[in-house]
Design a binder for this molecule. Sequence first.
Ligand SMILES: *Cc1c(COP(=O)(O)O)cnc(C)c1O
Length: 474
Amino acid sequence: MHEETSPTDPYRLPLERAYRHALRWVRGLDERPVGAPADIPTLRRALDVGLAQNGLPPERVIDELAAAAEHGLHGSAGGRFFAWVVGGSVPASLAADWLVSAWDQNAALQACAPAAAVVEEIAGKWMLDLLDLPADASFAWTNGCQLAHTTALAAARNSVLARAGWDVESDGLSGSPGIRVLANAHHHGSTARSLRLLGFGARATVRVDTDQLGRIRPEALETALAEHAGPKIVLLNAGDLNVGSFDDFASLIPMAHAAGAWVHVDGAFGLFARASPAYRHLTEGIELANSWATDGHKWLNVPYDCGFAAVRDVEAHRASMALGASYLTSATDGRDEMDWNLEWSRRARGFPVYAALRELGRDGVTSMVDRCCQHCRDIVAGIGALEGAEALHEPVLNQGLVRFTPPQPRATTQDWDEHNDATITKINATGEAYLSGTTWQRRRAMRVSVVNWMTSEQDVQRTVDAVRSVLSSR
Ligand SMILES: *Cc1c(COP(=O)(O)O)cnc(C)c1O
């Protein structure tokens, strides 16, 4: 019963096949091994079929792609993937993401994609509201937190240099007064890269000392601020990757402002603590910052390609991003997306966010945040209670740490590290859960990151059971 793609209805078969493959994938997440079973050479063999001279019917391309890629897919959309910080997709956002591709709008300009522009504007307002950031802040929907940082830090660069009498947009950085970046010593690599791309050499960043939980010591920031005269940016963390801790915004931000610094917050996942009455206190004072970066594709559970930057100083944001070329139609009512972010042609990524926020509502987001934090605590406590394991820290939010005890009586640091990495590999090989290693206080450990709306109490139990089986079979 071979069907041919119809010349008059060319999309029907490939889209129907994609629909079937997609539905089979998401429905099967609970049964399939969580970690991708195939290794890289196997995937190359399956997928490198050569660039053919002649094309193929689209439905056949889709069937073969789905079959060849499947063994190289992690079940990260499902409830037992706790490695790195990887969210899933709530159903309406996944479906809206399909429509984004079908509609194929270029969300650069209002004139080019009117509905996309309006939806992005609305989703941005909702996001500021949900995270309780200043309602009149400007914002940008970016492809991830990396570019949200770059966007916000470009605005910061504009502003702190303007205050020193330097117009960086016209005169560049060469010969400028120079900017010091005082950053939480545990800042994420993405902020370091954004700074580098913006022309701040790595040596412009001063690592500010933190406590055991990765929070800046207020006296260390005070000293650093006093030591460095001239334009300054302070980089704070909302949500440490290992234990989920937060900088003390309420005391650090006023201190930074008194020294004339711009304060940027990396809240890739942690900013969502603000959407929960139970965790909101961790973010107290965060609203005082000058800019914030977060992700949609992590804790909001929309498909990949979604970050969000918010900037208090609308003019600095616009001055650092807008093209101002007169041939482009400038929106007379509302915003042209390209005036606020680093892209020109771009995906209409506001639609999945809009859909997710409508599906969840405020209560849905709160409940998702609370559930993830509870599940993280339960996994860490469950594993921590097992023979051969210990909880390193009670999770502050949704990120936790455990460590495995090597069998040798007088184990060296190297024994500890090797045993932890080997145990994580064995846990992942069970196919029951997937986790990643991390280095915390110079030692290897296993990180538990829960940011998926699907994770359930059964998933917690299955994960703890899988770890128990690995520890008892050694
Ligand atoms: C994931 C993450 C980033 C980078 O975000 P992308 O969306 O991957 O670009 C930055 N900071 C923290 C704390 C993160 O967890």
